[in-house]
Design a protein. Structure first.
Length: 274
């Protein structure tokens, strides 16, 4: 009953807030001197960003998925006026899309990322996926609103806390990073802003975020401990590297072959640190 109610609420949000801006957007495409109000400016940026979402994955380039993302992101922005839409939030929706699309895939042997969405699921099923993604994204982002409002004080606090943790947990690593003039903000800003999306394969990220959602509103606090465990995991190699090598190692960590076991070790270590 709750699931049906939330899906119904989402459809109501589309009617109340999205359909009007969509109509204005269509009309402006035929206007040589369009005048955007604030809501249309938000939507314009979303329309620019959505095709950049998961550019290496055909799933996210399908028109029906892009239209769904536009609605999800616009409605999220309208419901969160303090931050509005911020670039990068578009990417944070993709793990939820993969999970919920997979629920409707009849052939469980088929890779969700290889789906032809309009052929593999019905319009009604896609509408349910879209609603579920919206509410799940909201659940994930609501505790970290401060990360997306100027001057992103939430991220700065999390990075500072990570630096404190590492100094306590692994003094040798902290000292080496300081000697090489590596600032935590240089690599950890993205870890906090994108919740390790850039550092982990999608399927491994989904396993991590499953734990985050189970943590509820405490997940931002726990994420810092995960980042500490993630950083100290590479400690034995980092302490022998110089600045440029360290930055490369932390921006492109060797996680391509990771399995659930690898990320579960990181999660377990994070709980130990906590």
């Amino acid at each position: 009953a709750t699931l049906a109610r939330k899906r119904g609420e989402y459809q109501l949000l589309i009617k109340q807030h999205f359909e009007s801006v969509w109509q204005k957007w269509i009309e402006n495409q035929h206007n040589s001197t369009p005048k955007d109000d604030e809501e249309e400016k938000i939507f314009r940026q979303i329309v620019i960003d959505v095709p950049r979402t998961g550019v290496d994955c055909a799933l996210f380039q399908q028109p029906c998925i892009q239209r769904a993302l536009e609605r999800i992101l616009y409605l999220w922005a309208i419901r969160h006026p303090a931050s509005g839409y911020v670039q990068g939030i578009n990417d944070l929706a993709t793990p939820f899309l993969v999970v919920y699309l997979g629920e409707y895939l009849q052939d469980k042997e088929k890779d969700v990322l290889a789906m032809d969405v309009e052929k593999d699921i019905s319009t009604d099923e896609l509408a349910e996926v879209e609603a579920d993604v919206f509410w799940s994204l909201s659940k994930l982002l609501d505790p970290i609103q401060e990360n997306y409002t100027f001057p992103q004080a939430g991220i700065q606090k999390m990075v500072f806390r990570l630096q404190e943790l590492v100094a306590t947990i692994d003094g040798r690593l902290a000292e080496h990073l300081e000697q090489e003039n590596v600032l935590f903000i240089q690599f950890a800003f993205r870890w906090m802003n994108c919740l390790l999306m850039r550092e982990l394969p999608l399927k491994i990220l989904i396993r991590l975020w499953d734990t985050y959602l189970a943590e509820g509103d405490d997940f931002p606090h726990f994420h810092v401990y995960v980042c500490a465990a993630f950083l100290t995991h590479w400690s034995s190699s980092i302490i022998h590297l110089e600045f440029q090598q360290i930055m490369m190692a932390l921006q492109r960590p060797r996680t391509q072959a990771w399995t659930d076991t690898d990320i579960e070790l990181i999660i377990s270590q994070a709980y130990v640190y906590k």
